[in-house]
Ligand binder design. Structure first.
Ligand SMILES: [Zn+2]
Length: 190
């Protein structure tokens, strides 16, 4: 591995922001879209993006090596949430949710149902919790009410789901920092 002596990023957060920004500007089928295809990743995934700019490629390669769900949680919050829409329909407000953001939230909603006990019921509710966590307009308690989920149960589920996502983000940052540091991409405070 070629170490870059001086590093380029001050933190893993900065590296992810760079990668997210890079992918939304550079590619139709972006390296980020390829990364977010799901948890069953082949061994070749680490090479995504290496033919593009070297730095972004290296960040993507390291992102591809951390736990998939840590990656998904880390990236979801930093993807653009919405994009312009030119569909011309009367009901259109001129923008729509970024399909990559929507898909990542969708995957995380499935993931928390598989890992949490008791299982947070109904995907629509889980999606509302995660959308709100990432700053979208959503009202999980109202969604729960419509779905007939008792308020106290809903509140417990909301706490558990938020904690799960927060831990994935935290552990993902730790893992990515270690990897970036190992290949010399982090600026060392000396
Ligand atoms: Zn539209």
């Amino acid at each position: 591995m070629n170490a870059i002596n001086n590093g380029i990023f001050h933190s893993a957060q900065e590296a992810i922001a760079f990668a997210c920004n890079y992918s939304s500007q550079q590619y139709a089928m972006s390296p980020m879209a390829k990364l977010l295809q799901g948890p069953s990743r082949g061994s070749g995934r680490g090479l995504v993006g290496l033919d593009g700019a070297g730095q972004a490629g290296m960040v993507f390669a390291e992102l591809a090596r951390i736990d998939y769900w840590q990656l998904a949680a880390l990236v979801t919050g930093r993807l653009p949430h919405s994009e312009r829409c030119d569909c011309q329909r009367a009901c259109c407000r001129g923008w729509r949710l970024n399909p990559m953001f929507e898909e990542a939230v969708n995957q995380l909603a499935d993931h928390v149902a598989l890992t949490l006990t008791p299982v947070p019921p109904v995907k629509e509710f889980r999606i509302a919790v995660i959308m709100k966590y990432f700053g979208e307009k959503a009202d999980p308690l109202d969604t729960a009410k419509h779905l007939g989920i008792p308020k106290n149960a809903a509140e417990r589920h909301i706490t558990n789901i938020r904690r799960t996502i927060r831990e994935l983000e935290k552990n993902g940052i730790t893992a990515l920092s270690a990897r970036l540091d190992e290949i010399g991409m982090l600026v060392r405070a000396t």
